[in-house]
Write a protein that binds this ligand. Structure first.
Ligand code: MN
Length: 479
């Protein structure tokens, strides 16, 4: 991985936020003096690390405070500077961000020591205070993973595991797919090197073999769009290696992974997304059950796009993803996109959106309030939020995110406490099921309520997996 220079960072920041350049340079000079005579395991000056972290954030168009904090992120821990010094030289926001990142820096997720559990809890809950702390931490982790070859094999494994267990889910939840997939592949590479390299080779071969097919499709679709004066950009994308591995371990064959090869079609506005969909289907037969409209019905991390898999040239299955330029930024950076579209008060909008739109957030707050013990908290987070998830539909068609093993009782309480408390029966895909029925992906769930019901039964406690349902049932019992 090539190192960036301060000039490269200045140029990048200048492209989207000229007025912050001076302050960012000042943070760099300040950190450089503080880290003087410190070196990374690779032998290079330590300052290269915060500089690269800042660059990753600048690629996401991070605000000035975040960039300064990222340049200073290791100074509190490794140098003589204090939080007050940083507040004085920069401002309080920068100092708070650096402090927030520092508090969670000694994290060691794989160890069960009390101190580590407390730190793990801090990193996860820091998202409730300021999501930018997590975003800086994700960039920090990404650069450390990119330079992991200089660590001992033991450290490599430990960091890779920790990344998979905690940073990948966090990146997913805030919708930062670009970071998520790179972290996955970097970790996978150290966890299962042989498998990684063999899949990498297979993927390259497939890309080569299908390159002409995809280019032909790209050209045809582009011509149709240009003929209709629809501004567009089309890119070829292949699934990341870990994503391919996951599908294979679910029992799919390489040839059957329908989204292994995809065309990303980006247009200017929503109406043109649907128009493009029509054009694609008029030219290539769709695989009917593979169509998804995440524009009308966004994913729980706010990802929006139309997905349709079609028979491309030579009967090759190709997924096309159709979205607007704005949606494409959200698809890459998630919540961090607000840096671009809400300049000035991005931080406030991020926190507000997290609370109101991101389903995981409420669960996290609830788990945090229910579990005083750090070990129980971490276990519950792993089980309920960071493990496999399922997505089911309400009768209105909204997507609800639940942990694997969740039942209609969990579903009911997730929708509303009153619905849980007055539930008398449940239907899945229009058939009555037991309220303890384990829900599956894409189930359509309908809860039958009755105001005269006796309320939740005690035995429901053994049929729920979410903290929310458990908490609400207990609260009702106490009344
Ligand atoms: Mn660091």
């Amino acid at each position: 991985m090539r190192n960036v220079s301060i000039e490269a960072l200045m140029q990048l920041v200048g492209e989207y936020n000229l007025e912050e350049c001076e302050r960012v340079r000042k943070a760099y000079e300040y950190a450089k003096v503080l880290h003087e005579n410190q070196f990374r395991q690779s032998g290079e000056p330590y300052i290269n690390h915060p500089l690269n972290v800042a660059y990753i954030l600048a690629e996401m168009h991070a605000d000035g405070d975040t960039l300064c904090a990222s340049l200073l992120h290791d100074t509190l821990e490794d140098t003589s500077v204090t939080k007050e010094d940083i507040a004085h030289v920069f401002n309080k926001n920068v100092a708070n961000l650096v402090d927030g990142v520092t508090k969670i820096s000694k994290l060691n997720f794989s160890s069960k020591q009390a101190q580590n559990l407390a730190n793990t809890r801090k990193i996860i809950t820091s998202i409730t205070e300021d999501v930018r702390i997590i975003i800086i931490k994700l960039a920090d982790r990404l650069h450390n993973m990119r330079t992991l070859q200089f660590k001992t094999p033991f450290k490599q494994r430990e960091n890779a595991l920790e990344t998979m267990e905690i940073f990948v889910p966090l990146a997913y939840y805030i919708g930062a797919y670009r970071i998520k997939s790179e972290l996955e592949d970097l970790s996978f590479r150290y966890l299962k090197p042989d498998l990684y390299h063999s899949l990498d080779e297979k993927k390259r071969k497939l890309e080569m073999e299908n390159s002409d097919t995809l280019k032909e499709m790209l050209f045809k679709i582009q011509t149709m769009l240009n003929d209709r004066d629809i501004p567009n950009e089309i890119k070829i994308r292949t699934k990341n290696i870990y994503g391919i591995y996951k599908r294979l371990s679910d029992g799919h064959k390489l040839a059957d992974i329908h989204d292994l090869l995809a065309l990303k079609i980006i247009v200017d506005e929503i109406e043109n997304c649907y128009l493009t969909l029509g054009l694609v289907h008029s030219k290539y037969y769709p695989v009917n059950d593979k169509f998804k409209d995440y524009i009308s019905n966004p994913k729980t991390n706010m990802y929006r796009s139309l997905h349709t898999t079609v028979f491309g040239p030579n009967d090759r299955l190709v997924q096309t993803q159709i979205r607007t330029f704005n949606m494409d930024r959200v698809a890459s950076f998630g919540l961090a996109t607000y840096w671009d579209i809400k300049k000035g008060n991005a931080r406030e909008v991020m926190q507000k959106d997290l609370k109101e739109k991101y389903q995981f957030f409420k669960s996290l707050v609830e788990i945090n309030s229910m579990f005083g013990d750090n070990q129980e908290f971490v276990l519950q987070i792993k089980k309920e939020l960071f493990a496999d998830k399922i997505y089911v539909y309400t009768s209105k068609g909204d997507i609800v995110e639940l942990p694997k093993g969740a039942t209609p009782i969990d579903f009911a309480y997730k929708i509303h406490t009153d619905i849980g408390n007055t539930m008398v029966a449940a239907m899945v895909n229009e058939e009555y099921v037991d309220v303890g029925y384990p829900l599956k992906n894409k189930d359509r769930v309908k809860i039958i309520t009755d105001d005269l019901s006796f309320g939740p039964r005690e035995e429901w406690l053994s049929k729920v997996v979410t903290t929310r349902a458990r908490k609400k049932i207990r609260e009702f019992e106490r009344r």
